[in-house]
Design a protein around this ligand. Sequence first.
Ligand SMILES: Nc1ncnc2c1ncn2[C@@H]1O[C@H](COP(=O)(O)OP(=O)(O)OP(=O)(O)O)[C@@H](O)[C@H]1O
Ligand SMILES: [Mg+2]
Length: 148
Amino acid sequence: MKPWRQERRLRSRSEQETIALGHLLAGMLRAPMLVVLRGDLGMGKTTLVRGLAAALGADAREVTSPTFTLVHEYAGEQTRLIHLDLYRLEAERELDSIGLWELAEATDGLLMVEWGHRFASVMEQADAEIEITAGEEEDERLLAVRWS
Ligand SMILES: Nc1ncnc2c1ncn2[C@@H]1O[C@H](COP(=O)(O)OP(=O)(O)OP(=O)(O)O)[C@@H](O)[C@H]1O
Ligand SMILES: [Mg+2]
């Protein structure tokens, strides 16, 4: 595991606020970068990517959960937003077959990887992680953005 040196905490109280945080993140993240998104099912990882896509000038309506296709790509104005969900992946070697390492080499690629923490090799390559946990209120989410 990476020793993250920096952390910024953010709070969301609704789906709309999480989308707004995606816009804030667009100002913090720069391609090329690999960002791991961690947090339980339904915490808002995909929602956050939707906000990020909109902020980068991609069509955010296209952003859906990539659980079945594993990889989705959205063309932003300057950034290729690449959204992956590794929930259903079972072995590290499958990361090669979905082309993760090639994608990670794209100089204009901003990779957002849901469930990336399940794989040691992904954590080794990660430039940042965003962990989303439940807050006290029903729709409240606490985000911790960590980087080194
Ligand atoms: N503050 C919030 N931020 C984001 N989503 C919220 C919030 N409060 C409630 N929700 C709801 O939680 C769900 C989040 O779904 P989303 O697909 O973004 O989660 P996910 O973390 O990607 O899940 P999975 O691990 O299954 O891919 C949506 O149904 C959304 O309406
Ligand atoms: Mg998701």
